[in-house]
Ligand binder design. Sequence first.
Ligand code: KOT
Length: 818
Amino acid sequence: MSKKFDKEAFINDVKANVKTLYRKTIDEATKQQVFQAVSYTIKDTIIDNWLATQKQYETDDPKTVYYMSMEFLMGRALGNNLINLTEYNDVKDALEEIGFDLNVIEDEEPDAALGNGGLGRLAACFLDSLATLGYSSYGCGIRYRYGMFKQKIENGFQIEVPDNWLKDGNPFELRRPEYAKEVKFGGYVRVVYDETTKRNRFIQEGCQSVRAIPFDIPIVGYDNRIVNTLRVWDAEAINDFQLDSFDKGDYQKAVEQENLARNIVEVLYPNDNHYAGKELRLKQQYFFISASVQAAIEKYKKKHSDMRKFHEKVTFQLNDTHPTVAVAELMRILVDEENLEWDEAWEVTTKTCAYTNHTIMAEALEKWPIELFSRLLPRIYQIIEEINRRFLIEVGRKYPGDQNKVNKMAIIHDGQVKMAHLAIVAGYSVNGVAQLHTEILKKQELRDFYEMMPQKFNNKTNGITQRRFLLHANPLLAKWVTAHIGDEWITDLPQISKLKIYAEDKKAQQEFMNIKYQNKVRLARYILEHNGVEIDPRSIFDVQVKRLHEYKRQLMNILHVMYLYNTIKDHPEMDFYPRTFIFGAKAAAGYRRAKLTIKLINAVADVVNNDRSIKGKLKVVFIEDYRVSNAEWIFAASDVSEQISTASKEASGTGNMKFMLNGAPTLGTMDGANVEIVEEVGEENAFIFGLTADEVINFENNGGYHPMDYFNNDQDIRRVLMQLINGEYAKDDPERFREIYDSLLNTNSSDRADTYFILADFKSYAEAQRRVEEAYRDETRWAKMAILNVASSGKFTSDRTIQQYVDEIWHLDKVVIE
Ligand code: KOT
């Protein structure tokens, strides 16, 4: 399919690029310069395919999805592009010939960390699958100058360092000033009656404007010559400001517009699962949405004249509520600029927009104060008011006299604009991201909406791309899989179930365990180099990597480590299989309790790792700056996958799937997609514990949970909790972890104690951990479990997820490049 790789030409191109970019010969070039030169060489091939894709799309005119998202957590591009061009090994060999190691060159690339965690990484996996399956799609987002902060650990505490990811230039992006758009903020709306159309016209005046400049990033499909586009918007001032302007008003305005442009794309908000309500965040949302919607309409109009049929060629998928102003922006353009009647515009809008919900955490719900919203986006606010007015009439019709219903469902109520309500009312589809999550949406969080419009609700269980998270991340295992079942799993993951026949094969088991061991050695080397901690690759690697959040319960994990340490100290002769507990997590910069949990993990690590008396049976490592690129190594090297969120709180999780794909059984609660993982692999190949979602929800709704009872009745729990306040892990400041202790027992705070049921689940967690140890001791049994996890991961490819979005929501046309 793909052109044959020409090694000589490739090497010559790299040398030529080093020369033109840096006026150097290849021997004089730095590794970073070689990275750039290699990337430009690859980009050349990509651009050919990009053009071919454009041409095919122009011929076929397929329906296109615009995946609107504040976050795209792309990670590195070079290795992934080579993988999808099927040129990874050729390039590796070619570089070797001129004395470079591709892995070292890849390491020169900064992660594109334009996202916080799962939501942003899901968007990145979706783009990979869309291109691989041959669907016309755009990712639409923001080109943040600074992405997710870099995490340093100093003295056990997290320090946030700005992520200047663009400082050496981004070789894969393409600036497209010819597609710039103007975005307007503030001002007021003047209504004038238009004699010719016999309609009111709404004119925005006194606005501040920003110019949105698109940067296009190629999204390479796997071995199919398709290249789609991730379009991220940069901001520029509209009037390069006039220093000779003596008009005071103009000068003032020029300065303000300059500042607006400078601030708007400056930085990603580093909050996962949390709404901060900042004006600048709303500006970011409207900025990229207005530009993206304008661009989508402009593109549609190149081929089509009837805006009433827009939805036949275009669909907008809203990645959570963050891009929901798209609903009102589309209405604005259709009504104010394209002169459609309200009802016509509404018909188009409600057939174009679809909404994905990613969380039920109350603190993540976007509720904008009317004052802020209407001041920043006056015309958009008017439109939402009108949408709300009409919607409430419908609610009133359906539930006559039920004012309570009206209040609960209103888009605008109690001084706030509720973005989820707007997304549901205007969307033709509302989906959750795992079966359990979707059921909770229908029965609890969005119950009123589900009752009124059940046909909109559907589930799309998340998935991940096996191309990045197995083929690129774990070359040894990928090769082993291919040797046993062929390579079709790369684009058809369910085929990986063919591995099942090897689960009990002694030779296969040994090979598998050997590969895992080599990956553990690779990770141990990384940890020694980056964290200065020596770990034993023969110990069990028990891993929890994800954003730090109370509901994810990293605290329960470290409390359990404290308990194990106590046990080993009490019984030095006890049989105990060596364990390494590995953590990786960024805490939102303003999330005090999460940051304190990081300090606790590091404090426990300090004590445990330096206690010679336990003979290295227990090690704790906190990996600094957990991100996509080092995640790839971590998944490959993991034995145990910690997925221990309070049941009902983790909408899906996607890390759980990456561990499974790499042969690490799940130690987890029946939450999110864990439920479906267990369904696929069988309960005997996972370690499940804890309260169910129903039990948690029941406690939340009806009370009856008393964490103090566990403290009083269980010595192990009491001992560990007392160690939080007796200076055991804080010699210099015994009160340091008092807040954590209080959060569990509520000794002097106003919120409920132990909101996330850590004490309720602690014993069953410890018991599940004992089952892990017992299983691991039996190498045959463990190898079988691990292989069965790999073999059962077929459902969790994002190719399946995307195909379901296509079949059940978007109805896109498949494209093949001739
Ligand atoms: C919410 C607000 C701001 C930033 C991020 C969020 C967010 C992230 N909401 N949900 N998520 C996660 O999305 C993932 C992808 O669907 C899920 O796997 C995960 O469970 C969510 O917590």
